[in-house]
Design a protein around this ligand. Sequence first.
Ligand code: COA
Length: 193
Amino acid sequence: MSHAWLWQNRGVTEPVIRPATAGDVEALAALAAETFPLACPPHTTPEAMADFIERHFRPEHFAAYLDDPARRVVVAARGGGASDALVGYSMLIGGEPGDADAAAAVTARPAIELSKFYTRAGEHGGGIAAPLMAATLDAARVTGAVVCWLGVNEENARAIRFYEKQGFAKAGRKHFTVGGRVENDWVLAQPLG
Ligand SMILES: CC(C)(COP(=O)(O)OP(=O)(O)OC[C@H]1O[C@@H](n2cnc3c(N)ncnc32)[C@H](O)[C@@H]1OP(=O)(O)O)[C@@H](O)C(=O)NCCC(=O)NCCS
């Protein structure tokens, strides 16, 4: 399978990985609300998660993300790729890292942040995350970025293992605030060859 930005396997149950479109914003909001808690450490309260979701993952937020030329949103879908069958998504943000610790840890430029990378719980271990990552890194390369970086909670062992399998390596530390509580993140990065 080539690492094409857009491809579709044959067969109704095979995943489709494609750029998000305006028709996906409702489904993306629902998917983001469902999957965000999967990345939070166990002590994050339901109220803190709900507040974060309300401020970042409404359909109008995703409409703005899709309109932002600095961002790329990629989706994974089953059942032919329709927006109501989304099972995963990613979001890239190009430009100078907005986080000072990340900017110091990742020195190559231009840089692009892998800001979101989520699949539904029922898909974990099912093999969809790797092709979603391949398409996401292809989309990052197309922007001209030479390095892709991300922040991941230090307690999120599964995601860290996945990212390291996918070529990311620890570059430093940063912090992330949810519900007023400061969390410790690893900064992971990989060069875009
Ligand atoms: C991160 C994510 C996309 C990875 O997809 P996935 O289908 O789970 O990935 P894989 O199964 O290919 O890889 C996960 C690896 O972690 C391992 N793993 C699972 N649970 C683990 C744990 N508790 N500790 C350490 N490793 C763990 C798996 O065995 C696998 O490694 P292996 O292939 O060597 O056996 C998915 O888990 C996800 O959406 N998680 C919730 C959202 C999230 O955390 N996103 C990242 C935010 S930064």
